[in-house]
Design a binder for this molecule. Structure first.
Ligand code: ADP
Ligand code: MG
Length: 367
């Protein structure tokens, strides 16, 4: 028998788990009394749930949409350890671990030769653009020494822990986890290789991303331990290499991409960032020279013996920087800007390509 109140509650999603609260065993009871008051008792996964206010408001709003209900009383309680275990078991079955060969999640590591080329800004903007296309997207900020993704995405909320499971905060529809969420504010991370490997492994196993279409990893610059760990933990992952137009930058980026020959990963393409600055009179100034993206594309194509495409060239855009500082990615805040449109175009090329065709020429004409 269908219960209109229950049906309405089934449209409420847990903000972190992204599944109907009715499926998650979070609705303990729901009934409408004779005076038209809906009484809903909700079980939270943990007592200190940071999103309890959101859940409470969403439940009340959904209940009030039901015919004959004119007000709602929502009571919040906490799951028992046993209820929590049942929830975790049900989630596990539906999780596609990214490491399995049949995983449908595309994993793309965003790599660069050196820092400051816009790798993190691109990661955040690509993720938001893909989420806006309706894809389920996650980011792992694997730049352990220079984590910046939470700031770029405006995330101040800490991950929620449900026993040993970690629920990543969600911003603009993107699930984000970063080492920055686990360290005291602005303390340096002094971990070495094995600890970094363990941290990454933990992100991949204990963090509940759920089914994702795309997982982006903001990698540290260069060819360090993390790059090797990623290739070991995520053998099916691809690399996207970011460079500036400067030929010296392209040369260091070549090493970051060429690591794919050793790790067996494929390079999905190259993105040139900071390509030009449009002056008020409409002319283009090229503070970092030109040709770096093209050069890197040619070099990687030769080294990897496959066609590595230049997926796009992103202009310098002060609003991109400002959006990053404000935690509002440009592709959402200023979607008509040339930089945002180019990033969106790059995101589409990445998502509109079936997996496993890495290196195929897409017939892309870089501007
Ligand atoms: N296309 C761009 N236009 C203007 N500023 C940019 C652009 N790309 C990156 N930036 C700025 O350059 C700086 C470095 O970018 P970031 O994404 O942190 O690089 P990385 O992760 O490679 O170190 C940031 O201040 C960022 O806002
Ligand atoms: Mg960075």
């Amino acid at each position: 028998m269908s219960d209109p109140l229950w049906d309405a509650l089934a449209r409420v999603q847990d903000p972190e788990l992204r599944r109907p609260i009715t499926d998650l065993g979070m609705v303990e009871s729901a009934r409408v009394d004779d005076d038209g008051v809906a009484h809903v008792s909700v079980l939270l996964t943990i007592a200190g749930c940071p999103l309890r206010g959101t859940i409470e408001a969403d439940v009340a709003e959904a209940a009030r949409t039901v015919d004959g209900v004119h007000s709602a009383e929502v009571s919040l309680d906490v799951m028992t350890p046993q209820q929590r275990q049942e929830l975790k078991d049900s989630l596990k079955q539906r999780t596609v671990p990214f490491m399995e060969p049949n995983s449908l999640t595309r994993v793309i590591g965003i790599a660069s030769g050196k820092g400051g080329v816009g790798k993190s800004s691109l990661t955040a903007n690509l993720a938001c653009s893909m989420a806006a296309q309706g894809l389920r997207v996650g980011i792992i900020d694997a730049d352990v020494h220079g984590f910046s993704v939470p700031g770029l995405m405006g995330i101040t909320q800490a991950p929620t822990r449900v026993d040993e499971m970690i629920l990543p905060p969600v911003a603009y529809g993107v699930k984000v986890i970063s080492i920055g969420m686990f360290v005291e504010s602005n303390q340096p991370v002094v971990w070495r290789g094995p600890m970094l490997h363990r941290a990454l492994e933990q992100f991949l196993t204990d963090v509940h991303f759920g089914d994702l279409d795309v997982l982006l990893l903001d990698l540290p610059p260069g060819t360090g331990d993390i790059a090797i760990s990623v290739s070991q933990l995520l053998p099916g992952s691809e690399l996207l290499v970011v460079t500036t137009p400067q030929s010296a930058a392209a040369e260091v980026a070549e090493r970051a991409g060429a690591i794919a020959t050793t790790t067996g990963q494929s390079v999905v393409g190259v993105v040139e960032n900071m390509s030009w600055l449009e002056l008020p009179d409409g002319t283009r100034m090229e503070p970092f020279g030109s040709g770096g993206g093209e050069l890197l594309t040619q070099r990687l194509s030769t080294r990897l013996e496959t066609d590595v495409p230049l997926l796009g060239s992103i202009p310098l855009e002060p609003r991109l920087r400002a959006g990053g500082d404000a935690g509002q990615p440009l592709v959402l805040a200023e979607e008509s800007s040339a930089a945002a449109q180019e990033i969106t175009r790059i995101a589409r090329q990445l998502t509109h390509r079936p997996r496993g065709l890495a290196g195929l020429n897409l017939g892309v004409n870089p501007t």
